[in-house]
Design a protein around this ligand. Structure first.
Ligand code: SF4
Ligand code: SF4
Length: 283
């Protein structure tokens, strides 16, 4: 089962849920692989301390124009939806940072004036943390094209029946790439108006991708029921709650595992796993 742990908003505890769920799955005797797809700020390794293999560069093709061959017809600039090529009367310019490697320009060029060069997007490392398979991607500083790197991170998984994808925050292209192909989206939120606003965006994204979803309420406070009311309205199950306590916050901030620190939280993650196993059986 491929589970994407996502949230519309950063700082809701998405990685906390991903790593504690991975540990719970592994302790149940199931084979699990965690992919840290939050490539702009990967931090699952802080909690799991994995042994990682060498970092492998990931690149994407970008166009290189031979201005001696170019006839300045402008077809490449016309097909580029990202304004990454500008055709001037005497020169055709490429803006690599805007290129999304769609290949349109080199396919339409009538003079074969465009060749390809590699642009390094970042690097991917694969390893393990105990019995948990682990992959993380790290985006190159200054790089803006994220989805191909996330795609590569996901492609490293080999054979583990349980895959947990720690998605980037937000609901833009990186989050879409992380969620794509998931069997279930676990959306992490907190009981605040900001949390709920961004949860709503994440629910719409998951439903737009036709991925069933459920909610984990982090920093839950007794009596504060805005998450419950929203979930009832949207027909969404709340699958787990992590209470808002000073002790749990301290454990998380020191890179500790909540399931090791608090028996009630460990039981909540076990129940969450049971729910997911039930969903898988009914799928
Ligand atoms: S590969 Fe696609 S995105 Fe990149 S410059 Fe060519 S047409 Fe534009
Ligand atoms: S399509 Fe080819 S020939 Fe035409 S402007 Fe672009 S690079 Fe030059």
């Amino acid at each position: 089962m491929r589970i994407a742990v996502a949230s519309g908003k950063g700082g809701t505890g998405k990685t906390t849920v991903a790593v504690n769920l991975a540990v719970t799955v592994a302790r149940s005797g199931r084979q699990v692989h965690l992919c840290d797809c939050d490539v702009e700020e990967p931090n699952a390794a802080i909690y799991l301390d994995p042994q990682l293999g060498p970092a492998v560069p990931v690149s994407t093709p970008i166009p290189v124009v031979d201005n001696d061959l170019c006839n300045h017809c402008g077809q490449c600039a016309a097909i580029c939806e990202f304004n990454a090529i500008a055709c001037l009367p005497r020169q055709t310019l490429v803006f690599p940072d805007l290129c999304h490697s769609c290949s349109g320009c080199w396919l339409v060029c009538p003079e074969q004036a465009i060749t390809q060069a590699d642009r390094v997007l970042g690097e991917v490392s694969v390893g393990s943390a105990g019995s948990i398979g682990f992959t993380q991607g790290v985006l190159r500083i200054g790089e803006t094209v994220v989805p191909p790197l996330i795609h590569t991170v996901k492609a490293t998984v080999r054979g583990a029946p349980w895959v947990i994808l720690d998605a980037p925050p937000g609901t833009t292209c990186p989050a879409v790439e992380a969620l794509r192909g998931a069997d279930f989206a676990l959306l992490v939120t907190e009981p605040t108006p900001f949390g709920l606003h961004d949860l709503d965006l994440a629910v719409k994204l998951a439903r737009g991708l036709d991925i069933p979803c459920g909610i984990v309420e982090n920093r839950a406070i007794p009596g504060r029921d805005i998450v419950d009311r929203y979930c009832a309205e949207m027909d969404l199950p709340v699958l787990a709650r992590i209470p808002f306590t000073r002790d749990l916050a301290a454990v998380g901030s020191e890179g500790g595992l909540l399931v090791d620190a608090d028996a009630d939280v460990a039981a909540a993650f076990t129940q969450l796993l049971d729910e997911l196993v039930g969903l898988e059986a009914r799928a």
